[in-house]
Design a protein around this ligand. Structure first.
Ligand code: SF4
Length: 210
């Protein structure tokens, strides 16, 4: 079967899945967000990157990884020599959780029950993309992928295995670097790149296959 033929069905299924998340009200987050933000990237990407949830900008744009944290991730991808358009990027939770402060919508970490409610969408997404490996950015993504509490600071920078035997690299969410101590920024950046670089082999293979 041609690559096109192989990709068409999952592509349609992914589009339908994205639409289904938009209509989903399995947890309270769907009511208050503008829209769901589903994953984006090549249908059979070798490397899938999973963040926590959409932020304010993503919620408005309907696209993942387009806010400040996403831009920091893009910078890391460029430094590592990966090809951003060969990665599939998504979030563990598909709707934006926030609290209003005046007119500002301030990000709130999803509750465990909300991430648990959303997990089947992520699992369906993974089963259609069939990545060779995944990167979990932050504790919510790591828990959704590995099905257990993950202490990111002690488990970061190494490969873990999910229930299906897929490789999952755990590291910080880029927003943690944005919030971090300014004096530690250079060291935190270097450590984060070192974590991510463990996935370079998979990311570069994806690039070579382009
Ligand atoms: S966050 Fe997930 S589970 Fe909750 S309503 Fe949105 S799609 Fe459904």
């Amino acid at each position: 079967m041609s690559a096109h033929g192989r990709g068409l069905k999952p592509l349609v299924a992914l589009q339908e899945l994205g639409e289904a998340t938009n209509a989903c009200r399995e947890c309270p987050l769907g009511e208050n967000a503008t829209q769901s933000v589903f994953g984006e990237g090549p249908v059979h990407a070798r490397l899938m990157v999973v963040g926590e949830q959409p932020g304010d900008k993503e919620d408005l744009a309907g696209r993942p990884f387009v806010g400040p944290a996403g831009r920091l991730f893009d910078r890391a991808v460029a430094e590592l020599g990966w090809s951003r358009d060969k990665l599939y990027v998504t979030n563990a939770v598909k709707h934006f959780k926030y609290e209003l402060r005046g007119k500002r919508r301030i990000h709130k970490t999803p509750a465990q029950r909300e991430a648990d409610a959303c997990r089947h969408w992520l699992e369906s997404e993974i089963s259609l993309v069939e990545p060779e490996a995944l990167i979990a950015l932050g504790a919510v993504a790591a828990r959704s992928l590995l099905g257990r509490h993950v202490a990111v600071m002690s488990e970061r920078g190494r490969w873990h295995e999910d229930a299906a035997g897929r490789k999952v690299l755990v590291t910080l969410h880029p927003s943690a670097l944005l919030r971090g101590d300014p004096e530690q920024k250079a060291a935190a950046w270097k450590a984060w790149l070192a974590d991510l670089s463990l996935a370079s082999k998979v990311a570069r293979a994806a690039r070579a296959a382009a």
